[in-house]
Design a protein around this ligand. Structure first.
Ligand SMILES: NC(=O)c1ccc[n+]([C@@H]2O[C@H](COP(=O)([O-])OP(=O)(O)OC[C@H]3O[C@@H](n4cnc5c(N)ncnc54)[C@H](OP(=O)(O)O)[C@@H]3O)[C@@H](O)[C@H]2O)c1
Length: 268
């Protein structure tokens, strides 16, 4: 797909990965609607993209909205139509994290993660699908995680949401076959962004977890879109572990036992 001139909604635009994706998209000549909750961060990003001379001024827009609230999702879609006259690509990147013992997680946190990581991408897709199907083209990009294929202790809710997002992506792709609308699922491994708290960063160091830069994730996401990839998993040996976990999950239970105990020390 040639991204030039495409109209994109990018949620999570002000985050570590989002800023890099936004910059890469605008450099490709797309029109982008940046979405996040913090208006100041959005304005700074919008201004910097325009001042760096990426694309034309009329191609970068921003709207402050909480994707976990249905009325605000509707506002995002209406805003996109008003500003850009349509939507070709939805990138569901906004997400929330919880690193805790599941028995100590509040119901509110569990619900919030499912709202942000699962319901929001599903419902934004639902709002945009009729026009995409009618125009016979479009792409929904869901940013999951390696945790959507290998569930990790202390990330029980987060892993569950990313499994759900992967399932949604696969089912929707099959449902949309022959409509011209594509679904792309991206599964990064750990990425050095503020998404990971200081404790999580320390835990990654202690468990020798490899981390990618947000620039690398953005590069892979854009390349997957341009090459019409249905899925892209980042990092080796993570890709291999995903396959082993599918085939021999009890083996992975054993392999992760030691790492889980190290990780547990960083919970509090
Ligand atoms: N970093 C990693 O290690 C890693 C690894 C694998 C997958 N991922 C996935 O990559 C995505 C982005 O991660 P990141 O590292 O870029 O995170 P980040 O730096 O923490 O950024 C998160 C972004 O999402 C926005 N956001 C969060 N909740 C929102 C809500 N309810 N409504 C609207 N916007 C919301 C934040 O802006 P506001 O706070 O202003 O709303 C921010 O723009 C997530 O889906 C995450 O699961 C990350």
């Amino acid at each position: 797909m040639n991204l030039g001139g495409k109209k994109v909604i990018l949620t999570g635009a002000t985050g570590g990965i989002g800023q890099e994706v936004a910059q890469a998209l605008v450099a490709k000549g797309t029109w982008v609607l940046l979405v996040g909750r913090n208006q100041v961060s959005l304005s700074i990003l919008e201004k910097s993209l325009k001042s760096e001379g990426y694309g034309s001024d009329r191609g970068v827009f921003s709207v402050s909205a909480d994707v976990s609230v249905e009325s605000q999702r509707q506002h995002i879609v209406e805003f996109a139509h008003g500003a850009m006259g349509g939507v070709d690509i939805l990138i569901n990147l906004a997400g929330a994290m919880s690193f805790t013992e599941f028995s100590e997680e509040s119901l509110e946190t569990t619900e919030q993660l499912f709202q942000s990581n699962v319901i929001a991408p599903m419902q934004l897709s639902r709002l945009l699908l009729p026009e995409m199907v009618e125009q016979g083209s479009g792409n929904i990009v869901n940013v999951g995680s390696i945790f959507g294929s290998i569930a990790f202790a202390w990330f029980t809710t987060y892993s569950s949401t990313k499994y759900a997002l992967r399932g949604f992506s696969e089912a929707l792709r099959r449902e949309l076959v022959d409509t011209g609308v594509e679904v792309t699922y991206i599964a990064p491994r750990a990425v050095s962004t503020p998404f990971n708290s200081e404790r999580m960063m320390e835990m990654c160091l202690a468990t020798d977890t490899e981390m990618d830069s947000p620039q690398e994730v953005a590069r892979q996401l854009i390349s997957a879109l341009e090459h019409g990839k249905k899925e892209r998993y980042l990092g080796f040996p993570e890709k291999l572990f995903v396959r082993i976990n599918n085939l021999f999950p009890r083996l992975v239970d054993m392999a992760l036992k030691g790492q889980n105990q190290i990780a547990k020390r960083y919970l509090k």
